[in-house]
Write a protein that binds this ligand. Sequence first.
Ligand code: MG
Length: 449
Amino acid sequence: MKRLFGTFGVRRVANTELTPEFASKLAASYGSIVQGKVAVGGDTRTTTEMIKHAVISGLLSSGCDVVDLGFLPTPAVQFAVRNYYEGGIIITASHNPPKYNGIKLVDADGIGTPDEMEIKIEKMFFNDNPNRVPWNDVGEVETNSGLLEEYIENVMIRVDSDAIRDAKLKVIVDCGSGAACFTTPFLLRKLGCEVITMNCQPDGFFPGRNPEPTEPNLKELIEVVKATGADLGVAHDGDADRTICIDEKGNFVFGDKSFALVEKYILKENKGGLIVTTVATSSAIYDIAREYGGEVIATKVGDLIVARELKDRNGLFGGEENGGLIFPDFVYGRDAALSTAKIIEIIARERKPLSELIAELPVYYSEKMKIECPDEFKQGIMQKIVHETREFEVDTTDGVKIIKEEGWVIIRPSGTEPIFRCFAEAKTPEEAKKMAEWGISLVSKYLIK
Ligand code: MG
């Protein structure tokens, strides 16, 4: 049982739980195992610089050399590691509020570290015995100032730049003052789009909006898309591994819709292929795969689990219902820049507005709800729910997914926060809401007792 790591890395309140001492010891433990050149970068949080320096110290003390990549998206670090380095550490709390920060560790492929490695790191951390090298073996620090440009170039060569340029699209970009400030506006301008930016000044206080790209947090973006007659709006989370779109009418496009749209397009382009996703993803993904010669594998929830499966099975494309899309020939993890460019390429090539492209997809309605629950009660509650729902068709790949005729609901404890998430899908919004509420009621029933 892991004590430190959640679904992807460690996430804590910065400088109370996640202190420089903690970060440095964790990095030294990681460095003791990697023993090579490690890339370090992070998002725009107020505490990222502080934690980054502690992480670098820890790595150097374990004998690793460090490449300081500065502030940049999580997938840009993953891209760098996969191509050049033996390991990577990303300082980010993704979409969490500003007081949080986190440490994501990746392996030499740029994928979140596997369980076996995390258990080894934790052992070293708690036994207080990372490998500290003698004074004359301490590592060195260098920078790679061309990395961001190379990352953007590598997005551009994966899409039809000419078609995008010809389409002359107007795009409103809302980076939420996060790490995408360094990539998306530049990428889209290079692709010939007319770009209007919102919240594109890096700022760890996230003054414009909360870094999680949910519909309530993107109200202003929606208004600006409508007011300017833009072709679409694009928003990212804090560390720029997720892209959420607003269509030309100002409708919020749920992540599972953009996933299905890109899946359809890639399957058509490649005449079939293997799609990897999680058990929490829409049935639309399966419908599209059936129609366009694809095969779907469903894993536990977690982008690194999907990424690893894509690598191991040589999959074509993957993603999650929250708008995290994985292009395994580029980065073994969710990537916001290529997701954005792909969606824009589809609009440009199909010569249809985004709302129309979305309307052509299979229709399901989803409902997400959450309920607070202290970590120590999670396991017991899960067991009781599994027992109570045994008469239904269930999938326990992750949490419990209960499949009924009208739709399904998946109830699972969060790996990073003291909450349970219930995610439901059905053919009507009312049914989806009912299913999600039923899921929540099952958790709260055992929470009180
Ligand atoms: Mg993120």
